[in-house]
Design a protein. Structure first.
Length: 264
């Protein structure tokens, strides 16, 4: 059983697991605002951190600086959601309303070594997340970063804005086409969109606003009953191959990504 950090203020309380630096729950009193986590399948509840790639890599293969790498694949045949979510993170600091965790990531399917830090901070009815990634290895490192929060909904739900620029997907992988698309809450959605920095999800259960100034993609998924996942990402699915939003970290360089969730 992994250790849980408990954060709270006079409005919200949150639990964060040292395994994956996983946001296991966010509540207002006894009311779940984020679907309670699932330690066995972290992308079916709570909020998993997706590092060093968000979403999918086609067939688990990519070529980077002349070398081809292979990663484990899921039942679809793609690699998915990185490997930071399944390792134990160090708890560097935990106060009443703030937690700082870190981990060093190495993997045979990845060209370098990353030092990752995350800060969770409660403030009023918001929880902010800052993710810092530093390349501490000797080789260049491809990178996309994401998060996978499931927000509890009840009855009919809606998004503001309703219309997004949608990346057309084939077998969950972008094919290069984009077009305007209106989100239809009555249909199955597992799609990636360009993200202009703010989206609001409303249902009779609650209202939540997700904001980011430097995560330019948003995956929307409603395949888990009673919840909608709004996943801010710094790059598109298969960015290691298509380059959409891909960051290349040089040795001894770093980058920080930020987003905030505000509950009404």
């Amino acid at each position: 059983m992994s250790f849980m950090i408990n954060l709270y203020n006079n409005i919200l309380n949150a639990k964060i697991s040292e395994e994956g630096a996983y946001l296991f729950s966010v509540k207002r009193g006894d009311k779940d605002l984020i679907l309670q986590g699932n330690m066995e399948r972290k992308t079916r509840g709570g909020m998993a951190l997706l590092i060093p790639f968000a979403n999918r890599i086609k067939e688990g293969k990519y070529t980077f600086e002349g070398k081809t790498y292979s990663l484990p694949v899921n039942s679809e045949g793609n690699a998915i959601h990185g490997f930071a979510k399944d390792v134990k993170w160090n708890i560097d600091e935990a106060s009443v309303d703030t937690a700082r965790l870190s981990v060093t990531l190495k993997n045979a399917g990845y060209p370098s070594t990353l030092k990752c830090k995350v800060i969770y901070a409660l403030s009023g009815n918001s929880i902010s997340v800052s993710i810092e990634i530093n390349n501490v290895g000797d080789n260049d490192a491809p990178l996309t970063v994401g998060a996978h929060p499931y927000f509890v909904v009840k009855g009919k739900w809606s998004l503001n804005p309703e219309v997004f620029t949608r990346l057309e997907l084939e077998n969950k992988i972008p094919n290069g086409k984009m077009y305007e698309w209106r989100v239809d809450a009555s249909s199955h959605i597992d799609d990636c969109f360009l993200f202009d920095g703010k989206v609001t999800l409303t249902s009779e259960w609650s209202r939540v606003e997700v904001e980011s100034d430097n995560m330019k993609y948003l995956q929307i998924f409603n395949g888990v009953e009673g919840a909608v996942a709004l996943e801010p990402m710094s790059g598109a699915p298969d960015a290691y191959n298509n380059g959409m939003g891909l960051t290349i970290l040089r040795p001894q360089s770093g980058v920080e990504y930020r987003f905030k969730m505000t509950f009404g």
